[in-house]
Design a protein around this ligand. Structure first.
Ligand code: 2Q2
Length: 322
């Protein structure tokens, strides 16, 4: 009897304890490479708010900016292993799903309308299907990115000026091939290492959209934004398929809806941001340099075509026909 009473007390305390901490049924660990200032993070915060409110606390979202969960490639691995759940990723997925390379092909998209037609149409569907099949990650939302430009400490207006420039690129084989053909010396490196490597001159340049150049304060270690506009791309917010499948349908619905809200919110922030970024970077002392785009396109094009395999080339041609 006494023993039974005691068990009852212990059980009661355990119950009260669990209620007091309001443990969620599901936790989504969401890590990405940008910092708190970047619009990707603001979008991630919106997702967290929506999911937590609309699930009545049954889902908790934990955000880890700044590669706090690891570099992009590591987080993808962690999601596959089940130790992380969400991230923001794109062309780096080509290391698993070759079609993901088509999200960021040098000089492939004329403008953002052209890109949007690809993302929202059959090409986007084909890429998403292969990402799910080969990586076990499910894209929930996509964000347009500003064009990637090359930053450096000497102006570069023509591929001939590259002259072996030691350049950091993300872990994207197609970027390595293209920059080599252009005459630079590209090295794949995690985003979180770029600032220090520029500061220590292990590398001399990097390439990214203005948004990441600004939020990562590359203006402190780079003088020039050379307007190469060499890549237009988009990025996906992805979730591990096993995690998603483990959730009851009503909670999956909460996740999908919050992802839609996040996507719309980010698109609005993106539009506002693009107008402000150049001015802000100029105020911080960066000089914007017009480049001979035709010379870059002419030199990059054969390298890109050479690097693409058959299934990628089919998509490349479909993009040109859009
Ligand atoms: O420079 C970076 O690390 C990013 O802008 C990358 O382009 C981006 O994260 C890709 O690696 C997307 O998969």
């Amino acid at each position: 009897m006494f023993k039974q009473l005691l068990t009852g007390v212990v059980l009661g305390a355990a119950l009260i304890g669990s209620q007091a901490t309001l443990a969620a049924d599901f936790t989504l660990k969401f890590g990405h490479l940008a910092n708190e200032e970047n619009i990707w993070h603001q979008a991630a915060e919106k997702f967290k708010e929506e999911v937590e409110a609309n699930s009545d606390g049954r889902i908790e979202v934990q955000l880890y900016p700044n590669e706090q969960l690891g570099a992009e490639m590591d987080v993808i691995n962690s999601i596959q292993l089940g130790t992380a759940d969400m991230t923001i990723t794109g062309e780096s997925l080509q290391n698993w799903a070759p079609k993901a390379a088509m999200m960021a092909v040098p000089y492939a998209f004329r403008d953002s309308e052209h890109m949007r037609a690809a993302v929202d149409g059959e090409i986007g569907e084909e890429i998403v299907a292969q990402i799910i099949e080969r990586t076990n990650l499910v894209p929930l939302a996509w964000f347009e990115r500003g064009p990637r430009h090359l930053t450096s400490n000497r102006p570069i207006t023509h591929p001939d000026d590259l002259d072996g420039l030691r350049l950091r690129v993300p872990n994207v084989p197609l970027f390595v091939d293209t920059w080599e053909a252009l005459g630079a010396r590209p090295t794949p490196m995690a985003f979180s290492e770029v600032f220090t490597s520029l500061q220590q001159s292990t590398i001399e340049g990097q390439e990214n959209p203005l948004s990441l150049i600004e939020s990562a304060s590359f203006d402190e270690v780079q003088d020039y934004v050379n307007l190469t506009g060499h890549v237009r791309s988009w990025i996906y917010v992805v979730i591990g398929k096993d995690k998603l499948d483990s959730m009851p349908e009503d909670l999956q619905e909460v996740v999908f809806e919050a992802a839609d809200t996040m996507q719309a919110y980010e698109a609005q922030l993106f539009a506002e941001d693009e107008q402000r970024l150049r001015q802000d970077l100029e105020e911080r002392g960066m000089e914007f340099v017009e480049v001979d785009i035709d010379a870059f396109v002419e030199k990059a094009r054969p390298a890109v075509l050479e690097a693409l395999n058959e299934e990628q080339r089919e998509i490349f041609e479909a993009i040109q026909d859009l």
